[in-house]
Write a protein that binds this ligand. Structure first.
Ligand code: SAM
Length: 270
């Protein structure tokens, strides 16, 4: 199949299992003039495995800005470049954004290839009762910021990356403000010791009480709304429109098959 040509390719690489790379990614890495790598030594192992002989040029979050001028010169000279990070999808908690922003300003054509990413690999195997989630990248380190974050996002499934050294402490902090939180935690996705656990926060902490190794993605499930929240909202709405407690009870029991006396009592209490 003939492929459309771009100036700049963002190419995902495996997050653990070396076979998790697409045919198109391999072909692209072979065809570009050079590969911009976060760490050339890490990427070289992948290139050797797939017999990719393309030259590597390093960039990382500390020299990204200086590297932009070099990439711009090369692109203006008609060269084509692929960007990879050490693992997974560039720009998902990895550098690359500074370069891409500059290339967009300069009008170069850019494309991203679909591929391995820890957060999507995780979400595609963890049960959720709705599609909503927020991905916050690495969770903040300080206790205060962790608390602020989990309180802010209490109503939505919150996905984050965390290091194995900090995760148990982080879970304890989360538990201090959301004691009944449900957690999904995966470690070492696509690797030999892959493990995914979904349970209440105390059980997850207990499961890993002797320590936890490997790379981690975690999700705090959205807090479930109390069962009566919706009913209370309906009662309040009807009362705000001037309906009396008895009328509220008749209307809601007729519409939703609920117990009239219970609604009446609830309405009186509100
Ligand atoms: N760009 C990568 C991606 O697409 O997922 C993420 C890079 S970020 C610097 C590295 C973090 O991603 C790790 O600390 C861990 O939280 C998560 N991660 C990467 N590989 C993983 C894996 N195989 N299993 C679980 N988490 C992983």
């Amino acid at each position: 199949m003939s492929q459309r040509k771009f100036d700049f390719y963002i190419v995902p690489t495996p997050i653990g299992n070396i076979q998790d790379i697409t045919l198109r990614a391999i072909e692209t890495l072979k065809e570009v003039d050079f590969i911009a790598c976060e760490d050339t030594r890490v990427t070289q192992k992948l290139l050797n495995h797939y017999d990719i002989r393309t030259k590597c040029v390093s960039y990382h979050k500390y020299n990204e800005r200086e590297r932009v001028d070099f990439f711009l010169r090369e692109l203006r000279a008609g060269k084509r470049i692929a960007l990879v990070s050490d693992a997974g999808t560039p720009m998902i908690c990895d550098p690359g954004a500074v370069i891409v922003e500059e290339l967009i300003k300069e009008g170069f054509s850019i494309t991203a290839l679909p591929g391995a990413c820890a957060v999507t690999t995780f979400l595609s195997q963890v049960p959720r009762n709705n599609e909503e989630f927020v991905f916050i990248g690495f969770i903040p380190r300080s206790e205060k910021q962790i608390i602020e974050t989990v309180q802010t996002y209490a109503g939505i499934n919150t996905v984050f990356y965390e290091s194995p050294e900090r995760i148990l402490k982080t879970l304890e902090v989360i538990k201090s403000v959301r004691a009944n939180a449900k957690i999904a935690l995966a470690r070492e996705l696509s690797k030999l010791f892959e493990e995914v656990i979904c349970d209440d926060i105390s059980s997850v902490i207990e499961h890993f009480q002797d320590g936890i190794k490997g790379e981690i993605v975690c999700m705090i499930y959205a807090d479930e709304k109390p069962e009566n929240a919706d009913l209370e909202y309906k009662i309040k709405t009807l009362k705000s429109k001037g309906f009396k407690d008895k009328e509220v009870a008749v209307i809601l029991s007729a519409l939703f098959g609920l117990n009239k006396n219970e609604i009446y009592k609830k309405s009186l209490d509100m």
